[in-house]
Ligand binder design. Structure first.
Ligand SMILES: Nc1nc2c(ncn2[C@@H]2O[C@H](COP(=O)(O)OP(=O)(O)OP(=O)(O)O)[C@@H](O)[C@H]2O)c(=O)[nH]1
Length: 409
């Protein structure tokens, strides 16, 4: 009995001493990140929980190592002072939760139901027309009209109809499966499946890959930058975002929100600042942080072609002082049809586009635009936007796309 009392007293004393030692020596910093809020998922490799303000870098304010140091102290304590000022959980500012988005692979399959309207018009519409017993001239005309209505483009529509007519003649009577296979291979052929689709985001030694995102305002350009950062973080990359669309302060704010959610710092300047200098600072920050990829949102004012050329040319030249531009992604709104294509052509003439991000493919019956835009611009569609949700951007895969169009959802 006495032994038990002594043991309990010793245990209490030991606990008091240990607690005291902890209070004296526990210091916030790199080794002791704050406890994540309840329910927070683990950050992906290379990301840490940072406070909302730490993800923003005032361009030109000497980001790099200084910013890192600030991150460490501010994140843990909110003040950067000693253990005595460790706030109680109630008093602490709420930490931004760094999310771990899903990887890029498999997203198109997951989002295939979003192509429902294109599926019913283009996919199921064509399948039922082609399955009709008598395919006379009128029926073929209707097939061609269906393709044109879905924004496939006249040249591709004519080609598709000609090829199908020949194959159907050879085949004679057709089962639904045969018709589906014919249409599948025809649409796939028009999508040019051998074009390179990979978005180049691999760093080059100690230099990050740099992606410029261009396009007219309102197409979903800034949103696409944010979603792309999520795809990259989901794939294990470390990312810096550059808010070079300095004509609209809200675009930088929007980008900051996206960046903070995945722990990607955003480099910005005041409204009206030189976009090229923001791009330069973003790449510099990317290099000093040793990240994999820098994504730069550019201004999308459609003024004169010369003005656009000068502006984007300058951004590119300035980036190339430190690294190279790996991708110039043109963001295009799938619902804007010929008007969107006209705008896209202006961008394509102003700068060498390496890939297209086609947004708002969800909810449009005009999925055929994928075929037309590739034919018109000679550039592969690399990404598709299939909704307003943060993870509704998917790497484009021609086979998955065609299968989604032709499969009854
Ligand atoms: N349904 C749908 N909406 C989208 C998609 N991508 C973007 N949007 C929406 O399109 C709207 C415009 O997007 P923004 O990113 O602000 O457009 P922006 O091109 O950056 O325009 P600025 O910010 O003015 O340069 C927003 O409401 C987005 O949520 C998509 O794939 N599907």
């Amino acid at each position: 009995m006495d032994y038990t009392i002594v043991a309990v007293v010793i245990l209490i004393l030991a606990l008091l001493v240990a607690g005291g030692v902890f209070l004296v020596f526990a210091r916030p910093g790199r080794g002791s990140p704050p406890a994540p809020p309840p329910g927070e998922t683990d950050a992906s490799p290379g990301t840490t929980a940072t406070s909302g303000t730490d993800t923003t870098v005032d361009a030109g304010a000497g980001a790099g190592a200084d910013a890192d140091a600030d991150t460490d102290t501010d994140t843990a304590t909110g003040t950067g002072s000693s253990a005595a000022t460790v706030p109680t959980p109630e008093a602490a500012a709420p930490e931004a939760v760094v999310e771990t988005p899903p990887p890029g692979a498999g997203r198109l399959v997951r989002l295939r139901a979003r192509l429902a309207r294109s599926n019913s018009t283009l996919g199921q519409g064509l399948l039922s027309l082609l399955s009709a017993r008598d395919l006379d001239d009128e029926a073929w005309e209707e097939i061609e009209d269906t393709l044109i209505t879905a924004d496939v483009g006249v040249t591709s529509a004519t080609q598709i109809v000609e090829n199908l007519r020949t194959k159907v003649k050879v085949l004679g009577t057709r089962s639904v499966d045969e018709v589906r296979e014919l249409l599948r291979s025809e649409l796939l052929g028009q999508l040019n499946p051998d074009l390179p689709r990979t978005v180049r985001t691999e760093p080059h030694g100690n230099r990050p890959a740099v992606l410029l995102v261009v396009g007219v305002n309102g197409t979903g350009k800034t949103t696409t930058c944010g979603k792309l950062a999520r795809v990259l973080v989901g794939d294990g990359r470390r990312v810096v975002l550059g808010a070079a669309d300095t004509f609209r302060a809200a675009a930088a704010d929007q980008l900051e929100t996206w960046g903070s959610r995945v722990g990607a710092p955003v480099v910005r300047r005041d409204e009206g600042a030189d976009p090229a200098s923001v791009a330069y600072d973003a790449v510099a920050r990317g290099m000093s942080d040793g990240v994999d990829t820098v994504v730069v949102d550019t201004a999308g004012r459609l003024h004169t072609k010369t003005g656009l050329m000068d502006e984007l040319g300058k951004v590119k030249r300035v980036v190339e002082k430190q690294s190279q531009v790996d991708e110039v992604l043109l963001v295009l709104d799938a619902t804007t049809g010929q008007n969107g294509l006209r705008q896209a052509r202006v961008f394509a003439e102003a700068v060498d586009i390496t890939g297209i991000a086609l947004t708002k493919l969800d909810g449009t019956a005009k999925g055929g635009i994928v075929i037309q835009v590739q034919r018109e611009l000679g550039v592969p569609v690399k990404l598709v936007g299939l909704g307003e949700g943060p993870d509704d951007l998917a790497p484009f895969d021609p086979e998955e796309f065609v299968d989604a169009l032709l499969t009854q959802n």
